[in-house]
Ligand binder design. Sequence first.
Ligand code: P61
Length: 486
Amino acid sequence: MIWIIKFDDLTGQFCNIILDVKNNIMTKVIKHSWAEPYKIKMVEPVFMSTLEHRKEAIKEAGYNTFLLKSKDVYIDLLTDSGTSAMSDRQWAGLMMGDEAYAGSRNFYNLEDVIHEYYGYKHLVPTHQGRGAEHIISQIMIKDGDVLPGNMYFTTTKLHQEMAGGKFIDIIVDEAHDPDSLFLFKGNVNLDKLQEVIDTYGADKIPYVSIATTVNMAGGQPISMQNMKDIRALTAKYGIKVIHDMTRVAENAFMIQQNEEGYADKTVAEITRELCDLTDGATMSAKKDAMVNIGGFLAINDDDIFDEARNMVVIFEGLHTYGGMAGRDMEAMAIGIVESVQDDHMRARVGQVQYLGQQLIDFGVPIVKPVGTHGIFLDAKAFLPHVSQDKFPAQTLAAELYLDSGVRAMERGVVSAGRNKETGEHNYPKLELVRLTIPRRVYTQAHMDVVAESVETVFANRENINGMKMVYEPKYLRFFQAKFEKL
Ligand code: P61
């Protein structure tokens, strides 16, 4: 008897498929619950604010949800980064911190886990993902190089540019279409990759940048077949593949659910297979691995590792802690193992899908299919009367906070920044508001509150106007920019 859990597109529910191989019988049972494989041991009270309070708070924050104080937020869906709940085992791991300056045993535990679950040869710990991006970019990128990748991410692209490179988007066109139901919107269009190789030459491409899953596209997965095809094409030209593995286990879960041939493989096995198709990785462990802080660079090449070990001591810390405390490395090692458990992933993604389905049922425009770490509201379709230069997604995020104290994040023109050469705004096709779900933190009732609030704002959408930017920082402007209502 084989038991498989699949997401049923028709019903929008997870279902159990029971295969009785001996008698050749397949039974499909709709499973209404993706219930969590844990129970709650400790709670953290949150602030239930009034409308008057929220009006003041968001105005003071320049209508930028990044500038809100967390004490003024009810349900915090700004990010799933560093905001997940650690398990009792991870907390116990903190007590096992070995805070020796050099050679902490927690580093070696982490190294063992990374070898076993991800398979990379060398580990360089960093304080978080962007620390690893900085190191790999400075080592591998030269002035005039190009970096093809499956859609940009803010910090990744900035580090590539600061090292003298230019990012080129080679993701499939479906990724830019919020209504396309393609299941693997994180895939690379191989013709686009070939064109970049033909135009610039392989020697101008230090590596192809591949993210599992693709954050800016809505948390969309890449398929294993596409990964294999990328590997085959890059191998032909001797080009490396560097993997942004920030949400690799979530990607593995989607492969298990939706790619032929993977239904009976575990998330752990699929995760390992994905990593094995790449040459190295940057990781923000604040996501999949459910720690509050931490990250790493992992690399198979001995020479790059040698350089990275030289650099980490300048920018992060000694090569056996890289900006983390020993206890953080221990919690990360335990979190990595928890992150690849099938039960955990079914509940994690199940909760995201639950919220997504409620919004789809209400007719709210969101990126479809629903991804793994959050719901992305399509602000262009939500507020069609607000032109992109009036920051529809920024406006919508502020309105949602005003309505209920739910904090979301802009992922549109403000996040896309300005064109390096012309100084004009980059106008991305996707103008989104991200409702990001921290892992193991909120309940189904919280998701209902979020859905109701989005629905209320949607019903009032005609009364919402755009905003103008009144303060703009030079780098990663979305973090600190300020706005006024029009
Ligand atoms: C997030 F608004 N993500 O999603 P670090 N790669 C990928 C990430 O998702 C990621 C990093 C690298 C965040 C935090 C964040 O524009 C923003 O550990 C796929 O944050 O340095 C981070 O990892 C960087 C939010 C980062 C942003 C940049 O919420």
